[in-house]
Structures are given as C-alpha cells and as structure tokens.
Design a protein around this ligand. Structure first.
Ligand code: R1P
Ligand code: URA
Length: 284
C-alpha cells in the first residue's frame, strides 16, 4: 500500500476536517462514548463540567468537554454498522493519519470507545431496564466480510458456527478483549451477554409486522445458540476496533424483552439511568 493517501480515499472537507464526522484532530478526546441516537448526545454532555466542542454533520453529532476534569467526547453514530464503518475509520484517521500530508503516522494512538446503547433481549430471563455488557458478538450484518478478517474462536463461537441453521446468512464472530480491565463498568453490569448485531430492526431481528421474517422461531433459535440480545452496531465496533488497535466495549440498556413481548415502561427514564450509570463508572 502507498503511504500517501489519494484525495478520493481519505476525503476531507474544505477546513481539513474528516468528510462525514466534520471533525479536526483537536476536536476529540481519547475517551469516546458512542451513542446511536443524535438526541442522546446533549443528554450525555449536560453532565460535563464544560463542553468545548459542538459539531455535527448528517447524523453524526459530537460534543467534547471535560467531566470531573477529564477530557471526554460523546458522539452519535446513527443506526447501523454501515455508519460504524464511517465512524471507526474517520475516528482512526483523526488520531493515526497526518491529515495535512495524508500520510500514516509512525506512532499509533489507541482510543477508548464505549458504546452506550439500547437493545432487545431474546433470553426470557433477562429483564428490561438493566445493563448488559457484550462479551461476545455475532455480526449478522455482513460489513466485516469486506475487510480482511482476523481469526477468532472460542467455545461460544465454535458452537454458534457449527449449529447456525441459516445458510444464506453468513455470521462473523468477535469478542470484547478489554472487558475485564474495565473494573466497575464490567463488574456492576447485571448481565454479561452474547450480542447479535443485525442490518435491520424488523425481519432481521425476527419482527413481523405485515411481512414475514425468515423463520417464526428465529428468536428461540438464536437464544438456544447462546445469544442474549439483539442490536445494530456492536459487531462492527468490536471488529474494527480490534483491527485498528483501539479498545471498545458495549453497554446496552435492555429496553425490550422480545420473548415476553415487554418494552420498558418508561424508556426516557431508562435512558437517563443508562447515561448516569455509565458516566459514573468510566470517569473516576
Ligand atoms: C434501533 O432502535 C437502534 O437502537 C439501538 C440499535 O442498535 C439501533 O441503533 O441502539 P441505540 O439506542 O444506541 O441507537
Ligand atoms: N434496539 C434494537 O436494535 N432492537 C431492539 O429490540 C431494541 C433496541
């Protein structure tokens, strides 16, 4: 690979910021909270001591400031792994590529990424309005098939790959190799689960409104293979973090129990609880 990146490959805006995130290197901290919903960004940054940077473009809203004296960024990713592809590559470019010269930096910088999201449980015993840290993640979204992958295998992945019964869907599996280092965030989560990430909210997650999903037993089948919960970003966050040399962990608030047909009675209160719970544990 050539060291100097062409203008078509590393695309920059007129002010030198990265194309979609609209950010300059000085706009982000090393510790970054990723949320799906753009409205959640201000709900997080209102806890900061002060907010120094507020920028946005499309669904990507970023606030950077300090919390208890430590620099921190919160950014919205919108929905889906295709957005995570953009977020991860452009965040990495901000710290590991010299944007002016379009050259790779010789020294690597690692980011700490915390996804603070919502999910639906497919284990009937996992209760709504509780925190679930993703230990293993199954990517059923397809993004990582476009990258040179890395080999990953453990008991969960071996069992999953062996028994996965849908030949047209090609899973890829990743895990959190940082979880235990996270102290309270990891320890205090009520659940440590195996998350499945999907390229949609309806049929891909077995929801049937007017259209039929691939299998009426989809939720039960995945739960029998060890999957705890469904959402739409973590596979790409874990996989690209691993490949790019960053640290990532997902904490999702369980807002739906799909097997019981339950949804959080007050998901706004539940979101506030998620924000306070995570902030309390990632900044001392
Ligand atoms: C679907 O409603 C969205 O909610 C979940 C899913 O992953 C998807 O992005 O996460 P967020 O609440 O972080 O957006
Ligand atoms: N987010 C999802 O992707 N699925 C759910 O069921 C709930 C939140």
């Amino acid at each position: 690979m050539l060291n100097k990146l062409a203008a078509s490959e590393l695309v920059l805006n007129e002010d030198g910021s990265v194309y979609h995130l609209n950010l300059l290197p000085e706009d982000i901290a090393k510790k970054i909270i990723l949320v799906g919903d753009p409205d959640r960004v201000a709900k997080v940054s209102k806890y900061f001591d002060k907010v120094e940077v507020k920028k946005n473009k499309r669904e990507f809203y970023t606030h950077t400031g300090t919390l208890r004296g430590e620099r921190i960024t919160v950014m919205s990713t919108g929905i889906g792994t295709e957005n995570i592809d953009i977020v991860m590559n452009e965040l990495d470019a901000l710290v590991n590529i010299d944007l002016k010269n379009k050259e790779f930096k010789t020294e690597h910088s690692a980011l700490q990424l915390f996804r603070m999201g919502t999910c639906g449980s497919v284990n009937p015993d996992v209760q709504v309005d509780n925190m679930l840290v993703t230990q293993n993640v199954v990517g059923l979204d397809g993004l990582m098939h476009f990258y040179q992958d890395y080999a990953f295998e453990n008991e969960f992945s071996k069992n999953f790959m062996e028994k996965f019964p849908y030949p047209k869907i090609k899973p890829m599996l990743y895990f959190a190799d940082w979880a235990e280092e996270l102290g309270a965030l990891y320890k205090d989560a009520k659940y440590h689960g195996n998350t499945a990430t999907f390229p949609g909210f309806y049929a891909p997650q077995g929801r049937q409104l007017r259209l039929k999903a691939v299998d009426d037993q989809f939720l039960e089948t995945l739960n029998d293979l060890g999957v705890t919960n469904f959402e739409m970003e973590t596979s790409a966050i874990y996989a690209l973090s691993k490949l790019l040399g960053h640290k990532a962990i997902t904490v999702n608030n369980v807002i739906a129990n799909r097997r019981r047909g339950e949804f959080s009675a007050d998901h706004h209160a539940s979101e506030k609880n998620l924000i306070e719970w995570v902030l309390e544990r990632i900044i001392k």
